[in-house]
Design a protein around this ligand. Structure first.
Ligand SMILES: [Zn+2]
Ligand SMILES: [Zn+2]
Length: 371
């Protein structure tokens, strides 16, 4: 319900295309490194199909996720907003999940059962994922929907709290409703990135209330049309899990081990964002230019985000601006003027596209040993 609905005219050609290649691998597979002790799961836990106000069949969501190399998705249909109900009656609100499960069973993609509890402000929209039965979440009173979700051990997050249709200033308002849900252990996360919107105020709420930081596509039309063809990746949540499983993902979400990502924007708690950025840059060859004290070091960005850095070392660069970008998958050779020949060096850079709190960038270090 947050985005405009796009008419789908080429569904047929997409289906016949994917029938030819069963791997569903795409041109823009996403890749982010693991961090110490955890596997990095690429997830999108907010999306819609024709079983609420989306424009595609649930199987398309699965194929899109496979094309982008995601690890887990959830079809979170609006429980209370069902504009296609006359054309597609479905008394069982778990139907989209079951259709997605059927499509995903031959692939290494986790399908998480979920629903969007949908109200006007101050309740707003909230996703309950890892639910057991969506039908039971249908209640007149939103409080009952939340308490039922808790009974089902669901992980619940507040969707697009800064959405200007519900909060005209474009900033989130933490009402007594949310305060009570947090206190009762019925609200566990918050979207800081939803579609193309990033809210620093939502990030502040996440940190103040110890809510898990989320980023989602909230896709209603096609990922290709809404994101890829415009040169963007869909927003995702990177989740640092003990293993790739439904239980592993759930444990990590409740523990708050996430980073929300949209293109070059990365938002997360320092304890997870810093090791992610650290692992995203591989240090290649490091040697002095002959007869000089100018050290050449190759930095390779192995993540799918373009990374923007600023020099935070005492040393200056020979031929680069102190602010520079390393595009996704590419390398940059820094020429560092160390003034004397060193045996080791700690490269220190501020990650300008990354936030651990509003207006706060992490500083990342890499130890380099010269050849
Ligand atoms: Zn919504
Ligand atoms: Zn939604």
């Amino acid at each position: 319900m947050k985005t405009t609905i796009v008419a789908v005219t080429s569904l047929f050609s997409i289906l016949s295309l994917s029938a030819q290649t069963h791997s569903h691998s795409g041109t823009q597979p996403l890749s982010y490194p693991d961090i110490q002790g955890y596997v990095t799961l690429k997830t999108d836990l907010h999306m819609h199909s024709v079983f609420s106000d989306g424009s595609v069949w649930p199987t398309i969501r699965v194929e899109e996720a496979l094309r982008e190399n995601l690890d887990a998705i959830s079809l979170t249909e609006h429980l209370e907003y069902q504009p296609h109900k006359e054309d597609i009656p479905h008394p069982d609100r778990n139907r989209a999940y079951h259709l997605a499960m059927e499509e995903a069973k031959e692939h290494d993609l986790l399908i998480i059962p979920g629903s969007e509890i949908t109200r006007s402000a101050p309740v707003g929209h909230n996703n309950a994922v890892f639910i057991k039965d969506a039908n039971e979440l249908l209640h007149e009173d939103a409080k009952d929907a939340f308490s039922t979700a808790k009974k089902q051990n669901a992980f619940v997050f507040w969707n697009h709290p800064a959405w200007y249709a519900q909060s005209p200033a474009g900033t989130p308002i933490l009402s007594d409703f949310q305060k009570e849900r947090i206190k009762k252990g019925e609200l566990h996360g918050i979207e800081v990135i939803n579609t193309v919107d990033y809210s620093e105020e939502s990030l502040a709420l996440a940190l103040e209330n110890n809510l898990t930081i989320m980023g989602t596509s909230d896709i209603h039309g096609l990922i290709d049309w809404s994101y890829t063809q415009k040169g963007n990746h869909r927003p995702i949540t990177l989740v640092f899990a003990k293993d790739k499983s439904i239980e592993g993902l759930k444990e990590a979400l409740f523990a708050g081990r996430t980073v929300a990502v949209y293109n070059e924007l990365l938002v997360g708690k320092a304890e997870y964002l810093k090791p992610l950025l650290q692992a995203s840059i591989e240090i290649g060859k490091a040697e002095y230019i002959e007869k000089t004290q100018v050290l050449e070091v190759e930095l390779k960005n192995i993540s799918s985000s373009d990374l923007l850095f600023e020099n935070a070392m005492g040393y200056t660069f020979y031929d680069s601006s102190p602010v520079f970008e390393i595009p996704a998958g590419e390398s940059k050779t820094l020429k560092i003027k160390t003034l004397e020949k060193l045996k080791t060096l700690t490269i220190k850079l501020v990650a300008l596209g990354a936030y651990t709190a509003p207006k706060v960038h992490p500083t990342i270090e890499w130890k380099v040993i010269m050849e």
